[in-house]
Design a binder for this molecule. Structure first.
Ligand code: NAD
Ligand code: MG
Length: 340
């Protein structure tokens, strides 16, 4: 019996290994490109490039769809050939991924070149990221978001904060080094907790004055230095709405490029139904209130445009599906419906 079990186990492991091998090989190749500068330089000559202009990604419209084109190295050279510093431009690109066949993908910001010339030559347009994320295919938005965050980090970390000397990026763009001090800088990510608070039968959503009219979302806040995710959730909920979290459950995470690259850690939190009176921090929030299941279900069907009423006010609507807040709200609806 044990032998049969072992044989089955070996078979399952080898199957799993074969299934995973494409992924594992891909991750190891990407890691090698980050560590081996000459391999990465060589990879740039056969890679593909996503274009940005002052951090806005380049999109092409095809019918009703928006595509995110990848240019070959030859096409890149053709675009850059009029520029006196073409080689230097390629050096500025950052590694953002690779295909299963190990074709590396880079992103490059051509902010110093004339935008309209590139747009007319390539028949597309550089589009604000906030808009781009919501019109491109779902599989392209995480790539655009992380590529922009990485390009932004390089743009704003050109100098060593200790010596004031210029820092040099490695070809993959996974770090910058100050030759004078020997300090290595790595791209920064700020952890942010986003929490959907529930009292068992209602969930709590809030809005900041800067939000578009009618939009409500889950509570969020940057983690402090030294804080755990659990502590950050408890503190943010206490600070923003004056409630004490009794228990919390991690759900999922998402990279969010605004304002400069956050790792959103999505959680569900429960507060006691008897102590559910909101005391809102009006410095940050304009409104915070409880929503019942029916109102949430209606709000999920609503779009920003259809939320406007004749008297100028807006009915509540929630962030679109690309935002982790949307996923947390949907999860809560599923959980409530299952309980009913
Ligand atoms: N993807 C989503 O579904 C979703 C939903 C809600 C919020 N968010 C994002 O979460 C982020 C944080 O939300 P918030 O505004 O409620 O945070 P918050 O409650 O921590 O308040 C923002 C303030 O925190 C301070 N702060 C501390 N550390 C900071 C840092 N590393 N960077 C910038 N400011 C810092 C600043 O004073 C800032 O004004 C925002 O960038 C927002 O775009 C994403
Ligand atoms: Mg907040």
């Amino acid at each position: 019996m044990a032998a049969v079990y072992q044989a089955l186990h070996r078979r399952a492991s080898s199957l799993l290994c074969r299934l995973h091998s494409t992924y594992v090989r891909k991750m190891r190749y990407l890691n090698k490109l980050k560590e081996d500068d000459s391999l990465c330089r060589q990879a740039q000559t056969s890679g593909t490039f996503y274009l940005f202009h002052n951090l806005s990604p380049f999109l092409q419209k095809a019918g009703r769809k928006y595509l995110v084109p990848q240019l070959s190295a030859a096409e890149m050279r053709r675009i850059l050939e009029k520029s006196p510093e073409a080689e230097q431009w390629m050096e500025e690109s950052v590694l953002v991924g690779c295909s299963d066949e190990h074709i590396p993908h880079f992103a490059l910001d051509l902010g110093a070149l004339e935008k309209s010339v590139i747009e007319s030559e390539l028949q597309g347009s550089f589009t604000d990221l906030q808009k781009a994320l919501f019109v491109v295919d779902g599989k392209d938005s995480p790539l655009l978001a992380s590529a922009q965050s990485l390009l932004r980090w390089h743009d704003s970390h050109q100098y060593c904060s200790k010596t004031g000397q210029p820092t040099q990026k490695n070809p993959a763009g996974s770090k910058r080094v100050c030759q004078a001090s020997g300090i290595t800088y790595y791209p920064q990510v700020s952890p942010v907790v986003i929490t959907l608070v529930s009292d068992g039968s209602r969930c709590l959503l809030a809005r900041q004055p800067s939000f578009p009219p009618g939009m409500f979302t889950a509570l969020s806040g940057f983690c402090d230095v030294g804080e755990t995710v659990e502590e950050a959730v408890r503190r943010e909920v206490a600070e923003e709405v004056g409630l004490e979290v009794e228990s919390l459950l991690y759900s999922a995470s998402q990279h969010w490029p605004f304002p400069s690259g956050s790792l959103m850690l999505g959680c569900h939190a429960l507060v006691g139904a008897q102590q559910a009176e909101i005391s809102m921090d009006s410095l940050e929030l304009e409104e915070a209130r409880w929503f019942g299941l029916e109102e949430i279900v209606e709000g999920l069907k609503r779009e920003p445009r259809s939320s406007k009423q004749d008297d100028g006010s807006s009915l509540p609507w929630f962030p679109p599906k690309q935002a982790i807040a949307h996923q947390l709200i949907r999860e809560w609806v599923r959980q409530q419906s299952a309980q009913a």
